[in-house]
Design a protein around this ligand. Structure first.
Ligand code: HEC
Ligand code: HEC
Length: 423
C-alpha cells in the first residue's frame, strides 16, 4: 500500500489545530518571525526606563516621594476636608474609582483615569490639557468640583503640617502671616477677590508653594507602575520557545491576540509596552448622556499652550529647548475634534466602565462599538466597521483579560524627617 505522506501530514495538522494541540504549546511555528517581533513590542519588558522630567527638579528625590505620597492621601487639601487624590484614584482599584463620572466636592463630566505609568505620557487628561504630572496635579486641587480649595489654603496646610519636610526638600517656606486662609484664581468670588487683593510678591510666594505641592505629588506618582501580566509571561515564553513548554495563554486568548494585532487592527493605536501610542484619536464614542458637548483634544491642545504651569512657564524647571512637545503642537487640525487620549489597556478588565465619560459599561460593549464603528457625534471617527463574528469578539475579549497584572506603588513611607534621622 502506498502512503500519501502529504495527506497524513495535512490531516495530523488539521487534527492538531482542531484539538488545539499546537495552540497549547508556545512553539514559534504558529507565529511568523515578524508577528513574534510585533507581539514582543507589546511586552512590559520593552518599557523604557523612567524618563527624566526636566520640568520637575525633585522628580527623583526620594524625600519628595515621601512628602508627595502623604499629600496624595491628605483630605485637608480640600474645601470640605473630605477629598484627597485617593478619593477618586483608589490604590486598591488601579488608582481609579469604577464609576462613569468622577465626583469629589461636586460632580465632574469625565471618568477618572488610572494613573500608573503616566510618567511615560507626554500629555495628561483625556484631552491632554496638561504636559507634566506636577502641573496635572494642580488642576483637581483648584477645581470647584474636585478638591474645591484654593492655593492659599493649601500653602497654609503645608505651613501647619509639613513645614519641616517641605523645607528639607524645597528650602525655607515663605512667610504666610498676611495671606488670607482662602485665596486663589478660582470661580469662588470671595476667594478670587482675596487673591486680587494680594501683591505680586505675595501671589508668587503662594503659587511657589502650590507648585511644589504638585512637584512632590508627581515624584510619588512617577513610582506607580504596572506589573507584568499573563500576556507578558506568554511573550517571555514565545521568545525562549523550545516548543514544549506550557503556554501562559489559552487557545481562545491566543486567537484574540491574533485578531488584536491583525484583522481587528487594534495596534494601530494601542501599541507599545503600555498598549497606547499616547496620542489622541476620534473613535466615534457616543456623547455622555446629559453632558455638554466635549471637543476633546481640540480644546485640550489649545489650553495646554495657555497653561500657567506648562513646560515653558516660569514655574517649570526645564529650559525652553526641553519643551519640544509644545513647540510642535498641532492645535487646529480637524482631526482633533472629539479626539481623546488613547488609554493604556493594561489591567483594562479590572476597571469598567469605559471611555472618557464611562459611556460603555463592559468590555463586550466596547468591542461591539468597534465592530459597528458608528458615526462620531462630532468630527470624524477614524475607525471602520470590523465585521467580526460573535466567536471572534469573545476571543478578543478573552485576550484583553490577559492584560491584568495589577500595579505597584511605593509602600507607605515614614515622614521625610524620620527618613533623615535613620541615615
Ligand atoms: C473628583 C475625583 C478626582 C480627584 C479628587 C482627583 N482626580 Fe485625577 N482624575 C479624575 C478625572 C475625572 C480625570 C480625567 C479628567 C479629564 O480628563 O478632564 C483625572 C485624571 C487624572 C490624571 C491623568 C491621567 C492620564 O493618563 O492622563 C492624573 C495623573 C490624575 N488624575 C492624578 C490626580 C492627582 C495627583 C490628584 C490629587 C491632586 C487627583 N488626580 C485628584 C478624577 C479625580
Ligand atoms: C484609531 C485609534 C484606535 C483604535 C484603532 C482602537 N482604539 Fe481603543 N481606544 C482609542 C481611544 C482614543 C480610546 C478612548 C476613547 C474615548 O474615551 O472616547 C479607546 C478606548 C478603548 C478602550 C476603553 C479603555 C478605557 O479605559 O476606557 C478599550 C477596551 C479599547 N479601546 C480597546 C480597543 C480594541 C480591542 C481595539 C481593536 C478592536 C481598539 N481599541 C482599537 C483609540 C483606538
Amino acid at each position: 500500500m502506498k502512503i500519501h505522506w502529504t495527506r497524513v501530514v495535512v490531516s495530523i495538522s488539521l487534527f492538531s489545530l482542531l484539538t488545539g494541540v499546537y495552540a497549547d504549546t508556545v512553539g514559534g511555528d504558529r507565529w511568523s518571525a515578524a508577528e513574534i517581533e510585533q507581539i514582543s513590542s507589546l511586552s512590559l519588558r520593552g518599557l523604557d526606563a523612567l524618563p527624566p522630567d526636566p520640568t520637575n527638579r525633585v522628580a527623583d528625590d526620594p524625600r519628595a516621594v515621601i512628602l508627595g505620597q502623604r499629600l496624595f492621601f491628605d483630605v485637608r487639601l480640600s474645601s470640605n476636608g473630605r477629598v484627597s487624590c485617593a478619593t477618586c484614584h483608589l490604590p486598591d482599584r488601579e488608582f481609579q474609582d469604577g464609576t462613569p463620572l468622577a465626583s469629589g466636592v461636586g460632580a465632574t463630566n469625565r471618568r477618572t483615569m488610572p494613573i500608573a505609568a503616566t510618567a511615560h505620557s507626554p500629555f495628561l487628561f483625556w484631552d491632554g490639557r496638561k504636559d507634566s504630572q506636577w502641573s496635572q496635579a494642580l488642576g483637581p486641587l483648584e477645581s470647584p468640583v474636585e478638591h474645591g480649595g484654593t492655593r492659599a489654603q493649601y500653602a497654609h496646610v503645608i505651613a501647619a503640617n509639613y513645614r519641616a519636610d517641605y523645607e528639607r526638600i524645597f528650602g525655607i517656606l515663605p512667610n504666610l502671616e498676611n495671606i488670607p486662609l482662602s485665596a486663589g484664581p478660582v470661580p469662588d468670588a470671595a476667594a478670587a477677590k482675596s487673591w486680587e487683593g494680594l501683591s505680586d510678591a505675595q501671589r508668587n510666594a503662594v503659587t511657589g508653594v502650590y507648585v511644589n505641592i504638585g512637584k512632590a505629588i508627581a515624584a510619588y506618582e512617577r513610582r506607580i507602575q504596572y506589573r507584568a501580566s499573563r500576556f507578558d509571561r506568554y511573550v517571555d515564553g514565545l521568545r525562549q520557545a523550545t516548543g514544549t513548554e506550557q503556554s501562559a495563554l489559552r487557545p481562545d486568548e491566543v486567537a484574540g491576540l491574533r485578531l488584536f494585532i491583525g484583522k481587528a487592527n487594534c495596534t494601530q493605536c494601542h501599541n507599545g509596552p503600555l498598549l497606547t501610542n499616547n496620542e489622541f484619536h476620534n473613535t466615534g464614542v457616543p456623547a455622555g448622556r446629559g453632558l455638554s458637548a466635549d471637543e476633546g483634544r481640540l480644546a485640550g491642545a489649545n489650553s495646554v499652550l495657555r497653561d500657567e504651569f506648562n513646560c515653558r512657564s516660569r514655574w517649570s524647571d526645564a529650559n525652553r529647548a526641553q519643551c519640544a512637545e509644545l513647540e510642535y503642537l498641532v492645535t487646529d487640525a480637524h482631526t482633533l475634534q472629539r479626539a481623546f487620549k488613547v488609554p493604556s489597556l493594561r489591567n483594562v478588565a479590572e476597571r469598567a466602565p469605559y471611555m472618557h465619560a464611562g459611556q460603555l459599561a463592559t468590555l463586550r460593549q466596547v468591542l461591539d462599538h468597534y465592530n459597528r464603528a458608528p458615526e462620531a457625534p462630532a468630527g470624524h471617527s477614524e475607525v471602520k466597521p470590523l465585521r467580526l463574528s460573535a466567536l471572534e469578539l469573545r476571543q478578543l475579549e478573552a485576550f484583553l483579560r490577559t492584560l491584568s497584572g495589577g500595579t505597584t506603588a511605593p509602600p507607605m513611607l515614614p515622614s521625610v524627617t524620620a527618613l533623615n534621622q535613620n541615615r
